[in-house]
Design a protein around this ligand. Sequence first.
Ligand SMILES: N[C@@H](CCC(=O)N[C@@H](CS)C(=O)NCC(=O)O)C(=O)O
Length: 223
Amino acid sequence: MSKPIIYGHEMSSVVRSVLMVAKAINLDYEYKEVDFDAGDNVTEHFLKMNPLHTVPTMDDDGLYLGESHAIGPYLIQQYGKSDDLYPRDDLRNRARIDQMLHFDNGILYWNCIRGIVMPIYNRGAATIAPAVLEEVDKAYGFMEKFLEADVYLVGDSLTVADLACGASISSLFELVPADPEKYPNLHAWFKRIQGLPYYEEANGRGNARYIEMLESKRRKEGE
Ligand SMILES: N[C@@H](CCC(=O)N[C@@H](CS)C(=O)NCC(=O)O)C(=O)O
């Protein structure tokens, strides 16, 4: 059987979450960087894999998936030596992990990251709309609550939920700093995520490039 292929862009938080999963399970995979400017994501081949033309997209021997929150759990179950990151038999905790993956997609990614990034990306907005800042603050408050009982988002060991939310929070913290006094659990948890041995390679580097790119687009508005 061939290796799974992950199509991605290093700057994308949802791609970085899958790259962290891949590192965490020591996955043997092929990575293909998608050049949006060259239209790599709208070729006939890409659209056959993922009509939504988004990254990450995965091709595992003809199984096509185009959603990070499905790709991460699939890779763990199919290729992980253990299923600690997404436990197969612990239905109750797996349901809680699923809850956090939906939270990441719906709240952290769509409401917060997209809410901030699209105006910058599309029209070089210099500031973040107050309504979006409010959403981000609310999301930090939800995370703080989720982290009240446990060291990680679900229980006391790392799961795919931490990697997904960790990638999002790494970008959000750069764009909208969170007060450490107001959100101590969130900061302590994020320090744990930053301490993962593969964090810098799989997430930190791409995140730095992402923030740099956004900053350069923001500056343009004042020119
Ligand atoms: N919920 C999706 C979001 C995917 C997504 O929107 N990716 C963006 C990059 S961050 C993308 O590929 N945009 C290009 C496009 O929409 O054409 C996931 O988690 O995979």
